[in-house]
Design a protein around this ligand. Structure first.
Ligand SMILES: [Zn+2]
Length: 139
């Protein structure tokens, strides 16, 4: 798929965000982890919100978690989502404790359940951008 085929908004590849999506492009879900207090964090940022440390590293996530919450968009707010409606922007909580806004790919909004187990999949939507999405497991 070329860039021109994909019409939905994409993340701006800059700074730490570019590094995060670089891992996704390689099929790895990684989050920052504080070297001082070991807290995981997302979205990418320089300083730990728990202890203020600037020391951290990218650590591999298990890619497993649970559905924390979602909302159902019956009327899309962006034209590129028109064919998807109704769709459910979701928040997944990974086993590491970080939360990520994403999409559940194998489940209609009506079939979503709080705490449903999910695991990451990678969707290469353009040559540059691979989005981490999730599939519900145990169905
Ligand atoms: Zn910390």
């Amino acid at each position: 798929m070329s860039n021109s085929d994909y019409k939905k908004p994409l993340p701006a590849l800059e700074g730490l965000t570019q590094e995060f999506y670089g891992f996704c492009r390689e099929g790895e879900l990684r989050f920052q982890r504080c070297a001082s207090c070991q807290a995981w964090r997302h979205v990418p940022r320089e300083m730990c919100a728990q202890c203020g440390s600037m020391d951290w590293s990218w650590e591999a996530s298990s890619g497993r978690g649970k559905l924390f919450t979602w909302t159902v968009a019956a009327r899309p707010l962006h034209a590129a989502f028109a064919d998807d409606a109704p769709y459910a922007p979701a928040v997944v909580e990974l086993d590491e404790g970080v939360r990520l806004v994403t999409e559940i790919v194998n489940c209609k909004p009506v079939d979503l359940e709080i705490d449903a187990p999910v695991e990451v999949i990678f969707d290469a939507v353009t040559p540059e951008i691979t989005l981490p999405k999730f599939r519900r497991t145990g169905l």
